[in-house]
Design a protein around this ligand. Structure first.
Ligand code: BLA
Length: 512
C-alpha cells in the first residue's frame, strides 16, 4: 500500500493470492513445457541438490532421473483428469521416495506443473493404512444421525487422520461470518467451540480460491517463501497461476493472523454445497512444523466431501418435512377463508395454525371492519395497522421494528419482528414475533479487527492481535422471516383477498 491509499478491509480482498510468485519450501515446484523445465523454485538446490541453472532449460530427466521422469510422463498422459490421479510415487536417483503432484495451470493447459513433496512411509503400505483409516471414519459417519453428530464425527476423524492439535468445523452464515460448530482438540487447549469470526477474516478472493482448490496446508508458519524463477513464465509471459498448487505460498497477512493466534502450522479443507463454500474444516498445530503427507490430506479432503453430501441430504430432508407441514396448514387456513358462517377475521384466528404456520407469538387480523387477535397481540393495534397500510406494499416484513419503524415500535413494546399482509383498504393480517436477545461470542473484537501499520513510507494492514473471547449482545431483533415463510404469506394473502372479494359480492347480493 502507498501512504495515501485508504487503509481498509477492501485491501484484503484485493490481494491476488493465486499469483504469489513463490511457494512454501517443504517441496519443489517445476513448470514443464514439453519435457523441458521452464520455471523452478530455488528449493531445487537444497532439496534435490541441483542449482537452478542446472535445472532451467533442462529436460526433466536431467533433474529427477530417467525413472522418475518416465513415471511423471506416464501419469500426465493417462486418460482423464490428471489431478484426480495425484499423487504419483517417484524415486529419485538417490533412492528417496517423493510424491509427484501434477496439474495444468488455469489458462495454460500446455504447461504442466510438477510439485514434489517428500513421501513419508513406504508405499503401498501407507496407502492401505490410509484406506483402512478412512473406511473406519466412514463407518463412524454412517452412525451419525443429526447434523451436530456429523460435524463432531468429522472433526474427530480428521484429527485422528492428520494429527493436528485442533480440528474445527467452521460454518459460514449468509454474510460469510463464521462459527465454530464442532471441535476436536488436545485436552489442554482452550475451547473455540461456539466462537464467531467476522467475514473479513477470510476475504472474498480467498473464499473463491477455496471453491476451486479444496485443501491447503501451511506446514510451517515461520517459513521463508521460495520464489519462482524466472518471475514470469517464459511461455505465457505472465506470472504463474498457483490456484491449484499444493505448495502455494500464502498471504503474509494470513500468516501474521495465525502467528497472533499462536498457530505454528495450519490446514483447511473446503466444505461445498453445489460448488459454493458453506464452511471449512480448519486445523491448527501449536508447536513446530506439521506436514501430513499428500495422501493423508486427500483422505481428509474426502471426509470433507462426505460431510458435505450428508449435510445436503439432511438439509433437504428437513426442508421437505417442513414444506409438507406448511402445505397442510396452509390448506386448512385457505378452507377457513371460505367458511362464510364467520367473519373472515374470526374464521382465521380460530385456527391455531395461523400462529404456528409463521412461528409467530401473536397475530392481528383486521377485515370487514372487525379486528380479531390470537396469541400475544397488542390491545390497540391501530398504529401497527396504519403503518402496514402506509407502506403501500402487499407484504412487509422486518425482524426489527425498533430499527425499521421506531415510532410504531413504541406502540407494540412486546414485539420485535413484524410480518404484515395488506389485503385492501386497511384490512390486513399482521404477525408478531418477540425479541430474541442473542449473545454472540466473537474470537476477538470484530469491530476493531484490522490494524494499519506504518512501515517507513508505506502502510500495511495487519490482523487483530488479540483473539480473546469478546461478547456482543444483540437486542431488539426477532428471528428473521424466512424466504419460505414469505412465500407462504403471499399464497395466503391471495386467498384472503379473494375471500374478501367473494364475501363482498355475497353481501351486496344480500342487500339487493
Ligand atoms: C485465509 N483465514 C484464512 C483461512 C482461514 C482463516 C481458516 C484459510 C487458510 C488456512 O487454512 O489457514 C481464518 N482461521 C480462520 C478463522 C479461524 C481460523 C476465522 O482458525 C477461527 C478459529 N485475514 C484477516 C485480515 C485479512 C485476512 C484483516 O484477519 C486481510 C487484511 C486475510 N485470510 C486472509 C487471507 C487469506 C486468509 C488473504 C488467504 C490465505 C491464503 O490462502 O493465501
Amino acid at each position: 500500500l502507498a501512504p495515501d491509499d485508504p487503509v481498509d478491509l477492501d485491501n484484503c480482498a484485493r490481494e491476488p493470492i493465486h499469483v504469489p510468485g513463490s511457494i512454501q519450501p517443504r517441496g519443489v515446484l517445476l513448470v514443464l513445457h514439453g519435457d523441458v523445465v521452464v520455471q523452478a523454485t530455488g528449493t531445487v538446490a537444497a532439496l534435490l541438490g541441483r542449482p537452478l541453472d542446472a535445472v532451467l532449460g533442462h529436460p526433466l530427466a536431467d533433474v529427477v532421473g530417467e525413472h522418475a521422469a518416465a513415471v511423471v510422463t506416464a501419469h500426465a498422459a493417462a486418460p482423464g483428469d490428471v489431478q484426480e490421479r495425484n499423487p504419483a510415487l517417484v524415486h529419485l536417483p538417490d533412492g528417496q521416495p517423493w510424491d509427484a503432484i501434477l496439474h495444468h495451470p488455469p489458462g495454460a493447459e500446455d504447461l504442466l506443473v510438477l510439485e514434489l513433496e517428500p513421501a513419508e512411509g513406504a508405499r503401498p503400505l501407507s496407502h492401505t493404512g490410509t484406506y483402512h483409516q478412512v473406511r473406519g471414519s466412514l463407518a463412524e459417519l454412517n452412525r451419525a444421525h443429526s447434523l451436530r453428530d456429523l460435524y463432531e464425527v468429522v472433526a474427530g476423524e480428521v484429527r485422528r487422520l492428520t494429527g493436528f492439535d485442533r480440528v474445527m468445523v467452521y460454518r459460514f452464515d449468509a454474510d460469510h461470518n463464521g462459527e465454530v460448530v464442532a471441535e476436536a482438540r488436545r485436552e489442554d487447549l482452550n475451547a473455540f467451540l461456539g466462537l464467531h469470526y467476522p467475514a473479513t477474516d477470510i476475504p472474498a478472493q480467498a473464499r473463491a480460491l477455496y471453491e476451486k482448490n479444496w485443501i491447503r496446508l501451511i506446514s510451517d508458519i515461520g517459513y521463508t517463501p521460495s520464489p519462482l524463477v524466472p518471475t514470469l513464465n517464459p511461455v505465457t509471459g505472465a506470472p504463474l497461476d498457483l490456484t491449484h498448487a499444493a505448495l502455494r505460498s500464502v498471504s503474509p497477512i494470513h500468516v501474521e493472523y495465525l502467528q497472533n493466534m499462536g498457530v505454528t502450522a495450519s490446514m483447511s479443507i473446503s466444505l461445498l454445497e453445489d460448488g459454493r463454500l458453506w464452511g471449512l474444516i480448519a486445523c491448527h498445530h501449536y508447536s513446530g512444523t506439521h506436514a501430513p503427507p499428500y495422501e493423508v490430506r486427500v483422505a481428509a479432503e474426502f471426509l470433507g466431501s462426505v460431510l458435505s453430501l450428508r449435510l445436503i441430504a439432511q438439509v433437504e430432508e428437513d426442508r421437505l418435512a417442513a414444506a409438507h407441514r406448511v402445505a397442510r396448514d396452509l390448506a386448512g387456513l385457505v378452507a377457513a377463508t371460505r367458511d362464510e358462517h364467520l367473519p373472515l377475521a374470526e374464521a382465521l384466528v380460530r385456527r391455531p395454525t395461523l400462529l404456528s404456520i409463521m412461528e409467530a407469538d401473536g397475530v392481528v387480523v383486521r377485515a370487514q371492519g372487525r379486528t380479531a387477535t390470537a396469541g400475544d397481540a397488542p390491545a390497540d393495534a391501530d398504529a401497527l395497522l396504519r403503518w402496514a397500510a402506509g407502506t403501500g406494499e402487499e407484504i412487509v416484513a422486518t425482524d426489527s421494528l425498533r430499527r425499521d419503524a421506531p415510532l410504531v415500535a413504541a406502540a407494540v413494546p412486546d414485539a420485535a419482528g413484524v410480518l404484515a399482509l395488506n389485503l385492501a383498504e386497511g384490512d390486513a393480517v399482521v404477525w408478531l414475533r418477540r425479541e430474541v436477545a442473542r449473545s454472540v461470542d466473537w474470537g476477538g473484537d470484530p469491530h476493531n479487527k484490522a490494524i494499519a501499520l506504518r512501515e517507513g513510507d508505506s502502510v500495511r494492514l495487519s490482523p487483530r492481535k488479540s483473539f480473546d473471547r469478546w461478547r456482543e449482545t444483540v437486542r431488539g431483533e426477532s428471528l428473521p422471516w424466512s424466504e419460505e415463510e414469505l412465500d407462504t404469506a403471499a399464497v395466503l394473502r391471495r386467498h384472503a383477498v379473494e375471500a374478501l372479494y367473494l364475501r363482498g359480492l355475497a353481501d351486496s347480493r344480500a342487500a339487493e
